[in-house]
Write a protein that binds this ligand. Structure first.
Ligand SMILES: [Zn+2]
Length: 253
């Protein structure tokens, strides 16, 4: 397993306070949606929550700002970076471009171990329930997101470029944050929930896997493109359905 992706996967495993730094703790809680987009991050509250002193927390906040996960607030504090439709569209377009490049290389180079890794990751994804609505608690969301991202990572694992994989990992963690904030939110909008369930269903991933394992490049590319673009379409629908622009911009939970 690629190192960067492995770390990302570990970040969703069980809470281990003795081994995690202030950066790890805060990073995990932002990416997993414990802290909502736009939410203020006050040093005193974070100190109490994590049992660490203010200095490592300030350093962690600065590093998270470099990763565009937090932003400086007008009153000189910090808050979780907001989410928006425009940013999600931009993220998914960038992700698609990098993911297709890595996928093409992986399909040209992958051997039987790569194929076995994809099948195993697909099996784990099929066993994870899509965590939607009220039943979708934080732990379920984390399990599903970890299984989902591990499947996409398995598809790309035989690709060679570590730089592209690093960029891709960074984009994926931003996408995770958007998913936590909107796609997997509890919603009264039955139509939206049905669309999300369909887009995230294992059958969509099975179609991609079958084409990738068959080395059917143009068809696999088209299926992956459809898969990612579908989530953008749903996101547009969710934003359209939300009543006020202020709710959609940064305050979605
Ligand atoms: Zn997917």
């Amino acid at each position: 397993m690629d190192f960067i992706y492995h770390i990302q996967y570990i970040s969703f495993m069980k809470y281990e306070p003795k081994t995690l730094t202030a950066f790890d703790l805060l990073h995990r809680d932002i990416v997993s949606g414990v802290f909502a987009p736009g939410q203020p991050l006050r040093i005193a509250a974070l100190t109490a929550r994590y049992g660490v002193s203010a200095t490592p927390l300030r350093e962690a906040l600065s590093r998270l700002a470099e990763k565009r996960l937090v932003v400086a607030a007008p009153n000189c504090g910090w808050r979780v970076a907001p989410v928006s439709l425009a940013e999600f569209e931009d993220l998914q377009a960038a992700r698609l471009s990098i993911e297709l490049s890595l996928l093409q290389d992986a399909m040209a180079r992958g051997g039987v171990e790569w194929e076995a890794g994809i099948v195993a990751a697909h099996h784990r994804l099929a066993r994870a329930m899509v965590p939607m609505g009220e039943k979708g608690d934080l732990e379920m969301r984390q399990i599903w997101i970890a299984a989902h991202d591990a499947f996409h990572e398995a598809l790309l694992s035989a690709a060679r470029s570590h730089w592209l994989k690093g960029f891709h990992a960074q984009l994926v963690e931003q996408v995770q944050r958007h998913h936590q904030a909107l796609l997997l939110r509890s919603t009264d909008l039955q139509e939206v929930e049905t669309l999300v369930r369909s887009a995230l269903s294992v059958s969509r991933h099975t179609r991609v896997m079958d084409l990738v394992l068959a080395r059917a490049w143009p068809a696999a590319e088209a299926a992956m493109r459809r898969h990612i673009e579908e989530s953008v379409d749903i996101y547009r629908g969710i934003f359209g359905a939300l009543s006020t622009p202020g709710q959609a911009e940064g305050q979605a939970q």
